[in-house]
Design a protein around this ligand. Structure first.
Ligand code: OSB
Ligand code: MG
Length: 373
């Protein structure tokens, strides 16, 4: 557990920064444009590590929300590590349990600890994690659009900007035909579809028609608990199923692979309790020959830096939901902002996450700010 490698934490901060996406994002779970960003700072040994909590304002994606994560961070997680020696075994046990129950809140602290540890070691986070400074192929995730021409124009723009893969949200009633029209228009594009669990096992016959569209993957067609339905569909589908919400730990990944529920995993450190667990999942996937790619949760530049660092590990062989700052924000919270170069994002050589937080602006925008102790 990373806390063992991190310096003693002398002080911590928790900030709530309400950002707004440049364009509202619709999935089968609902529409979002408000994006409250929860940031964690850990101060120790003369340095500061930053982490970001990926929880959303509403419990559509998983049951954690900005409010529950704030509560866990403020009431339990941050008070429990400030001033304590990180290798304290009570802390380790307690944390393992929290990482299961509140993975997003826990991950925010764990990632800040990684940043702090990497900065203290004077190494870029990607290297500290076992990867290296290399371009990370970028993909884009586009929300549902009522107007199909708007969607087609968006796809065209993303492809011309250099994104290597376009993922489209689908839901019952807006799937096979809509995707077939996109395919007809962009015959060579690498396309994926994400249902965020909106289908039921009885929709299998319908979902089988997606094979004709030729997709790089079908993401999370069924609710997360239903590994069996995913396995049944995968056995009759050429398109690889990619699990997102279903995978919350390395045990979930092992079971899903063993059951044949997927042939690919969307790995989000924020969803699985942090970078350490994400790395374990990466390792078992790699050993099993299951490719992974790094997902996103509309993070600010802080969370993106962690995701990009993770995505430099060798098992990340596919373009992730890692897009430039501009895709999401009028202005990001970090500099330099994340930019696309030849269809990829490039981690910095600087120690830790390698991007600087615009502290003045973050403090000016923050609607809540707590300090521990
Ligand atoms: O299902 O992958 C998802 C955003 C928020 C919550 C869940 C998901 C997403 C995305 C966008 O698809 C990914 C991104 O570009 O950050
Ligand atoms: Mg998804």
């Amino acid at each position: 557990m990373i806390l063992q490698a991190a310096p003693r934490v002398e002080r911590a901060e928790l900030l709530l920064v309400p950002l707004r996406l440049r364009e509202p994002f619709r999935s089968s779970g609902g529409v979002v444009d408000e994006r409250p960003v929860v940031l964690v700072a850990l101060h120790g040994d003369g340095g500061t590590g930053w982490g970001e909590c990926v929880a959303l304002p509403t419990p559509d994606y998983t049951s954690e929300t900005t409010a529950t994560a704030w509560q866990a961070l403020s009431g339990q997680l941050l008070p429990s590590i400030v001033g304590r020696m990180p290798e304290d075994s009570w802390t380790a046990l307690h944390w393992a349990k929290l990482a299961r129950d509140q993975p997003m809140a826990t991950a925010a602290v764990e990632m800040a600890a990684w940043d702090l540890a990497a900065k203290r070691a004077g190494r870029p986070l990607c290297e500290a994690l076992g990867g290296f400074v290399r371009p990370v192929p970028a993909g884009v995730s586009l929300g549902l659009e009522d107007d199909e021409d708007v969607l087609l124009r968006r796809i065209e723009r993303c492809l011309s900007e250099g994104y290597r893969r376009v993922k489209l949200k689908i839901e019952p009633g807006r799937d096979v035909e809509a995707l077939a029209r996109v395919r007809a228009r962009f015959p060579d594009a690498v396309l994926g579809a994400d249902a965020n669990g909106a289908y039921r096992p009885a929709d299998r016959t319908r979902l089988r028609e997606l094979d004709d569209v030729v997709l790089a993957m079908l993401e999370q067609p069924f609710p997360r608990e239903d590994l069996r339905a995913h396995a049944e569909l995968q056995s009759e589908l050429r398109t690889p199923i990619c699990l997102d919400e279903s995978i919350r730990s390395v045990e979930d990944a092992l079971l899903a692979i063993e059951m044949g529920s997927c042939r690919m995993i969307n790995l989000k450190p924020g969803r699985v309790g942090g970078l350490d667990e994400a790395r374990r999942i990466h390792d078992v996937c790699r050993a099993a020959g299951v490719p992974v790619w790094c997902g996103g949760m509309h993070e600010s530049g802080v969370g993106r830096a962690h995701n990009v660092a993770l995505a430099t590990l060798p098992g990340f062989t596919l373009a992730g939901d890692l897009s430039a700052s501009r895709r999401y924000w009028e202005r990001d919270l970090v500099h330099p902002e994340w930019e696309l170069t030849a269809g990829a994002l490039m981690p910095s050589e600087a120690p830790g996450i390698g991007v600087e937080l615009d502290r003045k602006r973050v403090e000016a925008l923050a609607t809540r700010h707590e300090t521990f102790p």
